[in-house]
Design a protein around this ligand. Structure first.
Ligand SMILES: *Cc1c(COP(=O)(O)O)cnc(C)c1O
Length: 459
């Protein structure tokens, strides 16, 4: 086994292997991937067999099993007709640099160990903070995903509430206010933190507006109000892609002295898109914001930009203390470990940074605008169709529509068929209890013709 390919140990086999792996990586970031789909465990067992053995199966065989059997049993998220959930379409630069960053195996937790990588990550964070209009002191860290980002932000918010109460609230269970349309990870964070959620009503498009937060507040008991520390708004709901009334919600949060968290995991990329930027007015009031580059900023999994208006609060909430850690701390160093619920971390912001550095931010604006344009074209096609009907006009890059006359069973049967045929991946969703279709567009390679292929298959 070659642990470390030194000049001596870098034998023929190892050299061939690294070439093959790199060739595979290059091919994979470049190719137009087939859509592919999952197969059963039994089928994989039959075709791949036992791969972890005492003697090892050898490099060539392991890589062949991966390429020929295992990789095709994973859906290609970057396929232009992958429309389910929130897809992802990393740039070649981002995908390849992820390989490079992995090879360097940098510890991205402390400045002492990862200064160069952290500098680069912070440049990328700064770009997002500037798009949101956050002050120059704002900063944060890349975490694994929106779920981790939301949790860490809410923990910081609670820390501040307790700190401001001079510990009077230290034993008190907190409350957050969130919209019914908030992402499931908010519920999950509340469970992990053991806090209560007061659900504010969303409007007929699923938006949270300032008045609804006010109404929720008025309906709360005095005890609940005292325990409330945060209001969560969404910058692009996952299900239908609408942006909450960030100005109104942010204002109420300020009036009530509550932390204002903006979950823009999916929609935050649209901060770079002039055609929809106005929808986000008020985001500059956020105490914390998350944006997932692995969703609509063309970076590979896994990456969530978590940014705080005042990072000192996050640092106070999240810094881990231990003898062996404190010895390493230099007080004014920027240590990403201190800004979220984690310690060891890969510098997972590097692929986004590299791609931004290579292409420039204008290319990001163009790519996001392209998705928005194709979404609007798709909406136009649905409007003029006789058998399809928009559930609502798209705000960002999510199309929600119905196939007239179809039952829930028909939607699901169609979804299965188009996936097995390799045509498209579209899972139905529901809107106000009705099963409908949802297409989420974050891949710049997706065209109006791709949408038309889907629409035609619904005839
Ligand atoms: C996707 C999403 C999340 C969760 O992000 P993960 O990266 O999947 O953990 C949270 N909030 C919103 C609005 C999302 O769209």
């Amino acid at each position: 086994m070659t642990y470390r390919p030194s000049m001596h140990a870098f034998d023929r086999e190892a050299k061939k292997l690294s070439k093959r792996i790199l060739r595979y990586a290059l091919k994979r970031v470049r190719m137009d991937p087939p859509l592919d789909h999952a197969v059963s465990e039994a089928e994989l067992r039959r075709r791949a067999g036992r791969t972890v053995t005492r003697e090892g199966i050898g490099a060539q065989r392991a890589l062949s099993v991966w390429e020929d059997v295992l990789a095709p049993a994973c859906i290609s998220i970057d396929h232009p007709r992958y429309f389910s959930y929130v897809p992802a379409a990393p740039t070649e630069a981002a995908g390849l640099f992820d390989v490079a960053a992995s090879a360097a195996n940098i510890f991205g937790g402390s400045w002492q160990e990862g200064a160069g990588a952290i500098y680069a990550e912070n440049e990328a964070l700064r770009w997002i903070a500037d798009l949101a209009g956050l002050p120059s002191e704002a900063g944060g860290v890349f975490v694994s995903g929106g779920t981790a980002g939301n949790l860490s932000a809410l923990v910081a918010a609670r820390w501040k509430w307790r700190h401001d109460s001079a510990s009077a609230m230290d034993m008190t269970r907190g409350v957050i206010i969130a919209s019914r349309s908030a992402h499931s990870s908010i519920t999950q964070a509340a469970q992990v933190m053991d806090v209560d959620v007061v659900w504010a009503a969303d409007d007929d498009r699923g938006r949270l507006v300032g008045e609804a937060v006010h109404a929720a507040w008025m309906s709360m008991t005095q005890d609940q109000r005292v325990r409330t520390f945060c209001v969560v708004a969404t910058g692009g709901t996952t299900n239908v892609g609408v942006v909450d009334d960030l100005a109104g919600v942010g204002q109420i949060a300020a009036d009530l002295g509550l932390w204002f968290h903006v979950d823009a995991a999916y929609g935050g990329a649209a901060l770079a898109a002039p055609s929809v930027r106005a929808l986000f007015d008020g985001v500059e009031r956020a105490d914390s914001i998350i944006v997932d580059p692995h969703k609509w900023l063309f970076a590979p999994f896994d990456s969530c930009a978590l940014i705080y208006r005042d990072p000192r609060i996050a640092r106070a909430a999240h810094t881990q203390h231990a003898e062996y850690l404190d010895a390493l701390r230099h007080d004014d160093d920027w240590n990403p470990s201190d800004y979220a619920h984690h310690l060891t971390r890969r510098a997972r912001g590097l692929p986004l940074w590299f791609s931004l550095a290579v292409h420039g931010t204008d290319a990001y604006t163009d790519a996001v605008e392209r998705n928005l344009t194709v979404t609007r074209e798709g909406a136009e096609d649905i409007r003029t169709s006789l058998y399809l009907e928009l559930v609502m006009d798209p705000e960002l890059s999510v199309l929600v529509f119905r196939r007239r006359g179809w039952t829930t069973e028909q939607y699901y049967a169609w979804s299965d068929t188009v996936l097995t045929d390799g045509l498209a991946f579209v899972v139905p969703t529901s809107w106000r209890g009705e099963t409908v279709l949802r297409l989420c567009l974050v891949n710049p390679a997706t065209t109006r013709d791709d949408l038309r292929l889907v629409f035609n298959s619904l005839k």
